[in-house]
Structure formats: C-alpha cells, structure tokens
Design a protein around this ligand. Structure first.
Ligand SMILES: Nc1ncnc2c1ncn2[C@@H]1O[C@H](COP(=O)(O)OP(=O)(O)OP(=O)(O)O)[C@@H](O)[C@H]1O
Length: 251
C-alpha cells in the first residue's frame, strides 16, 4: 500500500490564547495535488508555515517521508526534499530566466563558489535549467530578462526556482494570486503536471482553479480538517457548503 508522503499528527499552534491550529490531522499521498481550502482565518497560512518550518507548533508531529521533521529548521527540511514557492519573489530581476534557474540549480548542487568549475559542468547546469524552464512553461522565454516577464510568467519562474531544489514535496502559497483568467488557465495544467512528479500541497482562494487542479481537497475550518476528499466529494459535502456560506463559493 502507498504510504503518505506527509503526515500531520495532532498539530497545535497557539498565538497567546488563540488556538489557530487545533489538534489537526492530515495525510498527503504522493504524486497528487492536495489543496487546502477554508474560510478566511481558518488557519491555512499558519498550516503552510508549520509544514515549511517557518513556525514551530506548540505540540503535535510533522512526518515527511516517514521521518519526524517537527524539530528541524527550514533549511534542514529543504535538504530532505521540501520546497516552498513564495508570493514574495526571490527572482533576480536583471538576470535572464535561464540564468535565474541556473543559479538555483547551482545553489542545490552547492557549487556556487567553484570558479574553476569545468565547462562541461556548466553545460549540464544550463541543460537542467532549460529543462526546468520548459516544465514551467517558459521554454520560449529563457533568454528574457526576468524584470520583463508578465506577472503570471514571474510566478511560473518562481515555481521553476522551487523545482530547482528537486523537491519531493512542493508547498504553494496562493499560486493564482493576482492572476488574470488567461494566466490562471495556463498555470492550472502546469501545477497539475508538477503534482505527478513532486506532490504539491497548496492553499488557494480561487475556488474554480482549486476544483480544476486538485486531486484531493482538505477543508480547514477553525484550525481543524473538516473534510478531505476528491473535488466531487467536497462539492456535494453539506458541511462544507455550510462552512462557506457568506464566504467564497464552492463551484
Ligand atoms: N502572528 C500572529 N499573531 C497572532 N494571531 C495570528 C498571527 N498570525 C495569524 N494569526 C491569526 O490566526 C488566525 C488564522 O490566520 P491564517 O492567516 O493562518 O488564516 P488563513 O486561513 O490563511 O486566512 P486567510 O484566508 O484570510 O489568508 C487568524 O485569526 C489570524 O488573525
């Protein structure tokens, strides 16, 4: 039987007297896009930060690939195959798409200070960077300076930068934010494809996008998972509909 790639056990996060993550349990299966949705203030961002290691839980356990990572720092989680794509961009604006990706690949390989690196290594580096560019839909934009990319293309490049660390699990924080309908339509199949290779956990407010791209959806309400299921199961779930009344509309 396939084991979950990520498991959260009785996770609790409190801010003073406010319990934001409330004995939360969640399993994420590999090679899926698993979306976490929920009304405003349900604790989605907090949950992503707990998984990434940007926040420490008050109690509970986080298990990645069978290993307890609860006590590990962010960079140690990255080394074990966890990557997070930020809304706040870490793109070098004056560099080309290809150079940005090559730098990210080089960072993974830990060879940034090796000025004497052989040319053959450099060719492999740029080949890998170009391949990542292709996977995020930027094959014909590799030589473009990052600052000239559209908003949507910059988000695609950020995805590419996250992929450069060769993650097992990719965390995406509102990948559709600020995108127009055309840009979203382009990103949906890309993210779906990434889920097949890396496993994607995302939070997203665009419900149309979530129901198109997710294999599995968990609904977070008041810091707990109220329901987990396929988009079709979640769409007809009466409790979920009730939780969303007056908030985002489940399509
Ligand atoms: N650093 C903090 N200190 C105190 N309270 C916080 C802090 N960060 C978040 N909260 C509170 O925790 C709750 C959950 O916040 P969180 O941002 O995780 O929810 P969310 O589901 O991502 O919301 P949204 O959909 O509006 O982005 C909110 O009530 C928020 O005010």
């Amino acid at each position: 039987m396939t084991e979950p790639i990520l498991q959260l056990h009785d996770l609790v996060k409190r801010y003073g007297g406010l319990t934001v993550t409330d004995r939360l349990n969640l399993s994420v299966m590999p090679r899926q896009v698993h979306a976490i949705i929920g009304p405003n203030g349900a604790g989605k961002t907090t949950l992503i930060q707990l998984i990434a290691g940007a926040l420490k839980p008050n109690s509970g356990r986080i298990v990645l690939g069978g290993r307890d990572i609860t006590a590990l720092a962010m960079h140690e989680r990255v080394a074990l195959g966890l990557a997070r794509s930020y809304q706040i961009t870490n793109v070098f604006k004056s560099c080309s798409v290809l150079d940005n990706l090559a730098l990210a690949v080089q960072a993974r390989k830990g060879s940034s200070m090796r000025f004497w690196r052989r040319a053959i290594d450099e060719a492999a580096l740029f080949r890998e960077a170009a391949e990542i560019g292709e996977r995020v839909g930027l094959a014909d934009r590799l030589q473009v300076i990052a600052a000239s990319l559209s908003h949507g293309e910059q988000r695609q490049l950020e995805l590419g930068l996250a992929l450069a660390s060769a993650p097992q699990l990719l965390l995406l924080d509102e990948p559709m934010a600020g995108m127009g309908p055309e840009e979203s339509a382009r990103l949906i199949p890309l993210i779906k494809g990434l889920g097949r290779q890396h496993t994607v956990v995302l939070i997203e407010h665009d419900m149309d996008a979530v129901f198109q791209l997710a294999d599995c959806i968990s609904v977070l309400v008041a810091g707990q998972v109220m329901a987990t299921g396929t988009p079709d199961q979640i769409r007809v779930n009466a409790d979920v509909k009730k939780a969303y009344l007056g908030d985002e509309v489940v399509p």
